[in-house]
Design a protein around this ligand. Structure first.
Ligand code: PBG
Ligand code: ZN
Length: 334
């Protein structure tokens, strides 16, 4: 224990912690954790073959956008000072295997090309790499006889990641929770000359009901069973660290913990145990909870948003993916 003033055990009334809380300017001077717009990553959902922005009831304020709107959307994000987007595609076709997940002109691939062409390196593009939006059964891997086949899935995920790299993404974010996916993706990228494309791995991704609103917006709800044979249980913190260790060994550049608010202990532990940058994904349900309570007048939205996101940073996250990115940035810029 560090002792500040003297080691004589002085406490109150010599020590008064309230002295440094007297006015806003004094408090500002002593602020320890600072959330910046540069910490924020804004998710974008692009849907194939729609012509107007669409909203859904479970995620007020978040839209599915048509390909024609993507430049506007990225411009809005950049104007707020945010430097990174997380791109999700909602394809027109789904099938039993992998749908259009690695097509040269799939929805994500084409969106990446448009953004890259228009904005050059002014925006960091991150693409989610998974199969659940592309398969009719809605699972994150390839299903063989009712089970998710790990190694087949991993081979396909590597193709998906490489196709995103070919389109010009900066980072790929594998979210399928298949064993060996980071290794296979790194190999696939390197063999195709994409040594500089980074992997931001959803390392400790938990099976969570907080993904509900996302599945509505991304049309990716599993049509049978659930995701518990691949996503983690919220009861197993040591296993979460093991997942992170494995991803680091396999070549991840950034590790991710998801959801964020109920998992701050894991963010903190990951920060202590590794020197890699840490990303936290504050998921759709976390957003929906605040929105719903604020909508009923039960809490103040801006304050709860600020407290939640700053606390994720305080726990140890270097980067935060949040549906509040734009709103938080606007508030930080005030
Ligand atoms: C797809 C994916 C999901 C999320 C990110 N990528 C959903 C899932 O695993 O069902 C969740 C994001 C959120 O809830 O905001 N694998
Ligand atoms: Zn998935």
């Amino acid at each position: 224990m560090k002792i500040g003033r003297c080691d004589c055990g002085a406490g109150y009334p010599v020590v008064r912690l309230r002295r440094l809380r007297t006015t806003p300017s004094v408090r500002d001077l002593l602020q320890e954790t600072h959330l910046s717009v540069k910490d924020l990553i804004s998710p974008i959902f692009v849907q194939e073959r729609i012509t107007k922005r669409e909203t859904i009831q479970s995620m007020p304020g978040i839209e599915r956008i048509p390909p024609s709107e993507i430049i506007n959307e990225v411009q809005t994000v950049l104007d707020l000072g945010i430097r990174a987007i997380m791109l999700f595609g909602i394809p027109f076709y789904k099938n039993k295997r992998d749908g259009s997940a690695f097509l040269e002109h799939g929805i994500v691939q084409d969106s990446v090309r448009v953004v890259r062409k228009h904005f050059g390196s002014r925006v960091a593009i991150i693409t989610d790499v998974c199969l659940c939006q592309y398969t009719t059964h809605g699972h994150c891997g390839i299903v063989v006889k009712g089970k998710i086949d790990n190694d087949k899935s991993v081979r396909t995920l590597a193709k998906v990641a490489t196709s995103h790299a070919e389109a010009g993404t900066d980072m790929v974010a594998p979210s399928a929770m298949m064993d060996g996916q980071v290794k296979a993706i790194r190999k696939g990228l390197d063999e195709n000359g994409f040594e500089d494309v980074a992997i931001i791995s959803y390392s400790a991704k938990h099976a969570s009901p907080l993904y509900g609103p996302f599945r509505d917006i991304a049309c990716s709800r599993p049509q049978f069973g659930d995701r518990r044979t691949y996503q983690m249980s919220f009861t197993n913190p040591r296993e979460a660290m093991h997942e992170i260790e494995q991803d680091i060994r396999e070549g991840a550049d950034i590790i991710m913990i998801k959801p964020a608010i109920p998992y701050l202990d894991l963010i903190y532990q990951a920060k202590k145990n590794t020197n890699l940058p840490i990303c936290a994904y504050s998921v759709s349900g976390e957003y929906a909870l605040i929105k719903a309570a604020a909508g009923k007048g039960l809490i103040d939205e801006d304050s709860v948003m600020t407290e939640s996101l700053t606390s994720i940073k305080r726990a140890g996250a270097d980067l935060i993916i949040t549906y509040y990115a734009k709103k938080m940035a606007a508030l930080l810029n005030e």
